[in-house]
Write a protein that binds this ligand. Structure first.
Ligand SMILES: NC(=O)c1ccc[n+]([C@@H]2O[C@H](COP(=O)([O-])OP(=O)(O)OC[C@H]3O[C@@H](n4cnc5c(N)ncnc54)[C@H](OP(=O)(O)O)[C@@H]3O)[C@@H](O)[C@H]2O)c1
Length: 302
């Protein structure tokens, strides 16, 4: 396959683009700067310089591919609008004559809202907090674009850990400054997934080319956030010190996202196992915390 990945320089997108490349697919990755383009080249990913705002810079290169993977996201007030515009552009690409195409969209389990201990799956109606409502609209848009020559797939990762981390990086950072901090009382459990397991799911979903489908991407780790933060603090020199930030206070600092950080979520991913043969191999943030800390520290030093 020839694969075009937006956000190829990001946490999820780089892992996804690399996973496609490792499987022998030809991968083109969108990069905003020449420095990031070089990083892609080092991983045998062909960079295409451009931005989400100006699809004219990458449209033709993308159109030569049969698989489009949208992992980019601009964290701005216009983020979801931009997201929709890019999805529209990708869905309208002509592709090569007669070639079947696939569009994969990166959503997230926050669309389910706070599930408590109830286990939800892809048949559960989304119940997003207000700030994620547009994500559900974009999911529906992608799914509505499916047609015989275009399969459209929505992936809903849990909180992604692995490598230098994303949200989980804040625990190491906090620990090195005194205490690993988390929002709420820490009894909440997030749905989580290792970035490499997630990347493998993108490849399996693209290769299977199931028309119009949604897949959760979570592993079976069920630690509380307090456990995760404590483990991070222990290995990062914080002596296990942790600190809870009340949700109201966190909203002032992190904005509406703080609400989701206090969610308990339990999202089942057996559909991906059943239909795509996906088996997450990683054991969870707490079990792997030592090497995750080393990866985070190495990234900081580079
Ligand atoms: N991380 C998680 O735990 C998680 C969980 C569930 C869902 N998600 C969703 O997954 C998606 C990707 O998340 P991530 O963690 O990989 O984010 P990330 O590391 O911040 O990566 C974002 C990517 O988008 C690119 N980008 C941003 N604005 C752009 C623009 N205007 N033009 C071109 N490229 C642009 C960035 O390029 P630069 O490298 O140049 O900045 C980067 O490659 C997001 O939609 C996120 O909500 C993430």
């Amino acid at each position: 396959m020839q694969v075009f990945v937006t956000g190829a320089t990001g946490f999820i997108g780089l892992a996804v683009a690399s996973a496609f490349a490792r499987r022998g697919h030809r991968v083109l990755g969108l990069a905003r700067t020449s420095e990031k383009a070089r990083e892609l080249m080092r991983r045998e990913i062909e960079p295409v310089i451009g931005t989400l705002q100006e699809p004219g810079a990458w449209r033709n290169r993308a159109a030569a591919c049969s698989t489009y993977v949208h992992c980019a996201f601009e964290y701005s007030a216009k983020g979801f609008e931009l997201d929709r515009n890019v999805l529209r552009t990708l869905s309208e690409l002509g592709g090569r004559k007669g070639e079947a195409r696939t569009l994969l969209y990166t959503s997230g389990v926050w669309v389910y809202g706070d599930t408590g201990t109830r286990c939800v799956d892809e048949s559960t109606a989304p119940n997003p907090p207000k700030f994620v409502a547009a994500r559900v609209e974009n999911e529906n848009f992608v799914l509505s674009c499916a047609r015989p020559e275009l399969a459209t797939i929505v992936l809903r990762p849990g909180c992604v850990y692995g490598g230098h981390g994303s949200l989980t990086a804040a625990w190491f950072d906090g620990a090195t400054k005194g205490a690993a901090r988390f929002v709420g009382d820490g009894a909440q459990r997030w749905a989580m997934v290792h970035v490499d397991d997630l990347a493998e799911l993108y490849v399996l979903a693209a290769e299977a080319r199931r028309a119009c489908d949604v897949f959760n991407a979570t592993d079976r780790s069920r630690n509380t956030i307090r456990d995760c933060a404590e483990a991070a603090s222990r290995v990062a020199g914080g002596n296990g010190r942790i600190e809870s930030i009340p949700v109201d206070e966190a909203i002032k600092t992190y904005g509406p996202m703080a609400e989701a950080l206090a969610f308990t979520q339990h999202a089942d991913s057996s559909k991906a196992a059943r239909l795509l043969g996906w088996q997450p191999r990683h054991a969870g943030f707490v079990d792997e915390v030592e090497r995750l800390y080393l990866a985070w520290r190495a990234q900081r030093a580079s």
